[in-house]
Design a protein around this ligand. Structure first.
Ligand code: CAA
Length: 697
């Protein structure tokens, strides 16, 4: 018989075993009501002599997926008391068994580790992903995990945050028994088999094996590479070391303090923001869950260049066959060669077998004939950025593609409405803007044109998830969200250099924020000629004189960036930028000619001007409805442009600085704040407030 409790744990009996089922959908996060329910259950077990063991299991699709992240900002006394439960379980006089299916993550695994035993179905996963949220395991995880799996494995798990499979966990002793068949039945049987064990084994009484001063020194040294600029990973290493030489209680107390420090850090706020922003991005107002979708069983790609090949790999990786079209055999061979080489490199690193390589390549059909795309469920055009060429291709596709096929363009700037107008089925046309390298970068800007149907949009969102991208819906404008903001950022960077900054100073200013590349390193990588040609073209169309900025002059010297081993920087070894004497000379001549007196641009000024130029354009984009939410813009910048997730993206960063300060700095440095930004600042609000009001409205 099951008795529903007012809190989120059901109690039921199987003979002498009490079963506590946590019911907090969708993922049984350890939220308000869960500790209360567990305490009530443990009271029952303690007070009833006929109960000889307790099984804790998750209702629905999973065990506990961790502390409820939404409660992190609550005052301490209102937060669900996970430590209180863990402490009680650690000392509980009767055997307790955690029965795991789905995922036991973070606080979920900590809960399980404080039970006497753990059983799991083989496909369950367990892990401590707190580092991904800028925190550390805060309910004994840093002290218990090394005591169970050893120091090295515990560090690997806690620093990567990646879960391991239950089968591996069983080999490590983290899971006591794998249950084939019904989990609850297996867990009850396991509990019954252990009712007479004395004394009960407790993880907190074990010692953490395998640590050494050298191991910890190496772990700390590696953080500079793997977790550059981040706060919580260092704390995780410290606490793991503590576990090796201090009693459990001391390490546990230290962990409690450090967890609170990490939780209240801006880095954790940034990472938690991105966690929810990523999930929010998948929700399109007005687009119901029941919107019909097309099943994507095959894809066509036009263009086997870097982009086309990279896009193809996403589909091949998840088993979707791809037909790829080029205009010459040579281009086709080259494109396929690059795809194969990429896979072979992955195989060399041991992340894929040679069999996997062949399986993927077998799904890729090269052709010179566009008619071969007639059966594809989705066709993605990935040729160079030229409207006439794209329109011609879409006109042809209209005649070739089967009815209902999605016709997508990978354009990064062009008007998707105009591209759609080349067909008689604009409702089937959408922009799918992949980011280079397309097989690596997780962002996919999904450009909804005026006539794109809901079904095409919903199918594209689902497809993004399937090919493991983070899809963000954006509207049509020049450059959509990401590139439009980056153009403003590039303009500001160029202006700063005109005023006297050195390109390497502007780049360094963004490194201090944690970006792997600054504006000029990024331009050199993308190729300076692209922007140059656009500027020249725009001036010509507008009847203006030929642009003669300092960057135009660099391109006119034949320095086009990394690909010519020379751009704003020199690239003596091909990849690593080295400040170029020729750029210094060119700049000095340029400033003289233009009558510009160089001045010192400090790092603080540079960081603010560059970051806030992104924010300012972002605010304008929001106001125009090109992005649905400020948090969508953050997702775009984190997954497409390397903005550090621990800063939460540019809009969150601005919120953290205070929008009033952002406006004041923009004005100080001669930029005009966007009306929406000014309004929010005047009202003492944040972009997060704007998002909330928008969602409610
Ligand atoms: N707290 C609050 N909400 C959570 C949550 C959590 N720990 N985990 C997931 N959710 C929410 C999501 O926001 C989402 O909500 P919406 O439907 O409203 O958008 C919903 O649950 C479903 O999540 P997903 O869309 O991510 O579902 P999925 O099936 O793709 O993935 C998952 C499930 C693997 C559990 C994934 O959600 C996940 O990784 N969650 C985070 C796990 C985690 O980080 N746990 C550690 C928490 S920190 C901690 O525990 C600290 C400590 O030591 C005390």
């Amino acid at each position: 018989m099951t008795t529903a409790q007012p809190h989120k744990v059901d109690q039921s009996r199987e003979g002498d075993v009490l079963i506590l089922t946590i019911q907090n959908p969708p993922v049984n996060a350890f939220g308000v009501g869960v500790p209360e329910g567990l305490h009530a259950g443990l009271d029952t077990a303690q007070n009833d002599d006929t109960v000889r063991a307790v099984v804790i299991i998750g209702g629905g699709r999973t065990f506990v997926a961790g502390a409820d992240i939404r409660t992190f900002d609550l005052p301490r006394e209102q937060s669900p008391d996970l430590r209180g439960i863990v402490d009680r379980l650690d000392q509980f006089p009767k055997p307790t068994v955690a029965a795991i299916h789905g995922t036991a993550l973070g606080g979920g695994l900590e809960l399980a580790m404080s039970c006497t035993y753990r059983v799991a179905v083989p496909d369950a996963q367990v892990g401590l992903p707190e580092v991904k949220l800028g925190v550390l395991p805060g309910a004994g995880g840093t002290q218990r995990l090394p005591r169970v799996v050893g120091v090295q494995k515990a560090l690997d798990m806690m620093l990567s945050g990646n879960p391991i499979k239950a089968t591996e966990a069983a080999q490590l002793g983290l899971i006591d028994e794998l249950v084939d068949g019904d989990l609850l039945t297996g867990a009850v049987a396991f509990a019954r088999a252990h009712v007479d064990v004395t004394p009960l084994p407790r993880v907190s009484e074990k010692t953490a094996e395998g640590g050494s001063p050298e191991l910890f020194a190496a772990a700390r040294a590696a953080l500079g590479k793997t977790h550059k600029g981040q706060y919580s990973p260092g704390l995780i290493v410290d606490l793991t070391e503590t576990a090796t030489h201090k009693p459990f209680a001391d390490g546990y107390a230290e962990e409690g303090q450090k967890f609170m420090q990490a939780k209240d850090s801006p880095q954790s706020r940034g990472l938690r923001h991105i966690f929810f922003a990523e999930r929010e991005a998948g929700k399109i107002p007005g687009l119901g869950k029941d919107t019909p979708q097309t099943e994507i069983r095959s894809a066509g790609i036009i263009g086997a260049g870097t982009m086309g090949g990279g896009i193809a790999m996403n589909f091949l990786n998840v088993g979707i066959p791809v037909t790829i079209v080029e205009t010459t055999q040579e281009a086709l061979d080259r494109g396929l060669g690059v795809v194969r080489k990429n896979y072979e490199n992955t195989a060399k690193k041991g992340r894929m077998t040679t069999d996997d390589v062949e399986k993927r390549m077998a799904l890729l059909t090269p052709t010179l004939n566009m008619d071969d795309l007639k059966d594809a469920d989705i066709i993605i055009e990935a040729v160079f950025e030229n409207m006439d060429v794209k329109k011609e291709i879409f006109g042809k596709l209209d005649a070739i593609a089967k009815p209902g096929a999605i016709l997508a363009s990978n354009t990064s700037t062009l008007d998707v409405n105009e591209i759609a107008s080349a067909t008689k089925r604009p409702e089937s046309v959408i922009g799918l803007h992949f980011f280079s390298p397309a097989n690596v970068m997780r962002l996919l800007e999904i450009v909804r044109a005026d006539k794109t149907s809901d079904s095409v949009l919903a199918t594209s969102m689902a497809l993004a998830k399937r090919i493991r991208k983070v899809g963000v819906v954006v509207g049509v404008c020049d450059g959509f969200v990401g590139n439009r903001m980056v153009h403003r950022y590039g303009d500001e960077a160029r202006k700063m250099v005109e005023e006297g900054a050195r390109p390497q100073d502007a780049d360094a200013a963004m490194h201090t924020l944690g970006l792997p590349m600054g504006p000029f390193e990024m331009s050199d990588m993308a190729g300076l000629d692209v922007g140059y040609l656009i500027r020249q073209h725009q001036a010509k169309v507008a009847g203006q004189p030929k642009p003669d900025g300092w960057l135009d002059r660099i391109v006119e010297q034949g320095r086009k960036g990394q690909k010519t081993q020379a751009g704003i920087y020199d690239y003596p070894d091909g990849r690593k930028p080295v400040p170029a004497a020729s750029t210094d000379e060119l700049l000095s001549t340029y400033r003289q000619e233009k009558g510009l007196t160089p001045r010192e641009v400090g790092q603080d000024e540079a960081t603010k001007r560059l970051t806030y130029s992104l924010v300012n354009e972002g605010a304008q984009i929001l106001d125009e409805g090109i992005a649905q939410r400020a948090s969508d813009i953050d997702v775009i910048y984190v997954y497409g442009y390397g903005f550090p997730a621990y800063r939460g993206g540019p809009m969150k960063y601005a919120d953290e600085q205070g929008l009033k300060n952002v406006v004041a700095d923009l004005e100080k440095y001669g930029q005009t704040p966007a009306p929406l930004l000014k309004k929010l600042a005047d009202e003492g609000k944040t972009f997060a407030d704007w998002d909330k009001e928008k969602t409610r409205g």
